[in-house]
Design a protein around this ligand. Structure first.
Ligand SMILES: [Zn+2]
Length: 336
């Protein structure tokens, strides 16, 4: 299956992911504070409508509705014993959407953070974290996923625990970090360091990248830093939010138009990303535009930071590759 996913990238040049899960489920009636994963049981028709909408909009890969489907997150909703059921259902629903089309659409099992900090920064033990990720990963595999999609990761410990969980299955996996306004994850990892951590793993991801975070400019800058620091080491992913999030009362709104996501997809592709999609705020009309953007793409040189900020908005303090490498080697030295 790993070969089939990777060879599809080779054949098509670039695969289009889908858009937001949360944003679109809110449109369908999900209430803030509810666990979206419970809808795999309560409203499978709506989750199917979400996945099908993206298939129809042209996505090559759809994500399961399982981002928070681990025991720690589900415990907040008294559903920690339903990890297997809810993840299996999310995969089955996405699979039936993927098979509606007449082309190959991959089902990627979404695995998000546990919502608790892992030792030594937090109190959650590494073994316990690995156990939670493994339970979720195995359920997504049983439900029929083609690959696993680890995303919005900010700490090294969590990245390693999630990858270890994914490696307990037979499936290939992708690992994405979320890089914030300082060009690093919340826990201080730079994009280049994120790739280095993946390179040190026994079982490595098939693709590495950047998702969510702030806006398209920041996400593209992170993917560019990865592909510049380690060209051709991995397939790279850019999965940006649909513009910069803006608070309106108690709601977050994402500001990018479908046309802006068209431009974003072209620039993301030119960084060397071979998997491109949208994160929070991305609806089917944005995915349609990204589809035509990638279909019309003609090779262009890698963008400069100036070009990225002119087209996509401000890039906040992205650490130059040289200095992050120095930091990375310091990290390595202090480890031994
Ligand atoms: Zn997001």
């Amino acid at each position: 299956m790993s070969e089939s996913f990777v060879s599809a990238i080779g054949e098509k040049g670039c695969l289009l992911m889908d858009g937001a899960t949360g944003t679109n489920l809110f449109d369908m009636g999900l209430v803030s504070g509810d666990a979206p994963e419970l809808w795999n049981d309560e409203h499978p028709d709506r989750v199917l409508a979400l996945n099908s909408g993206f298939v129809q909009a042209g996505s090559d890969v759809v994500l399961t509705n399982s981002f928070g489907g681990n025991a720690m997150r589900l415990k907040l909703h008294g559903a920690e014993n339903r990890v297997a059921e809810l993840n299996e259902k999310s995969a089955e629903i996405a699979r039936s959407a993927a098979e509606q089309g007449d082309r190959k659409v991959f089902v990627a099992g979404s695995i998000g953070p546990l919502g608790e900090l892992i030792e030594p920064v937090g109190t959650l033990g590494q073994e316990e974290a690995i156990k939670a990720f493994t339970e979720q990963a195995l359920a997504l595999e049983r439900g029929g996923c083609d690959l696993l999609w680890i995303e919005t990761i900010s700490s090294q410990e969590e990245l390693i625990a999630a990858a270890t969980g994914a490696a307990s299955t037979e499936l290939p996996f992708v690992a994405c970090g979320s890089f914030d306004t300082n060009g690093r994850t919340m826990m201080g990892i730079s994009p280049a360091e994120f790739v280095e951590i993946c390179l040190e793993m026994d079982v490595q991801p098939v693709a590495v990248g950047s998702n969510c975070g702030v806006g398209p400019a920041q996400t593209v800058a992170a993917t560019l830093e990865m592909s510049n620091a380690y060209p051709n080491m991995f397939h790279y992913v850019a999965k940006a939010n649909c513009g910069i999030p803006v608070w309106e009362g108690t709601q977050i709104r994402y500001t990018a138009t479908p046309e802006q996501m068209f431009v974003y997809a072209q620039i993301a592709r030119s960084t060397g990303a071979t998997i491109v999609g949208g994160c929070c705020g991305t609806r089917t009309e944005h995915v349609q535009q990204m589809r035509s953007s990638l279909d019309q793409y003609r090779p262009m040189p890698k963008p400069s930071m100036t070009f990225i900020s002119e087209r996509l908005g401000e890039v906040f303090d992205t650490a130059p590759v040289k200095s992050t490498r120095k930091r990375a080697s310091r990290r390595r030295t202090s480890k031994h």
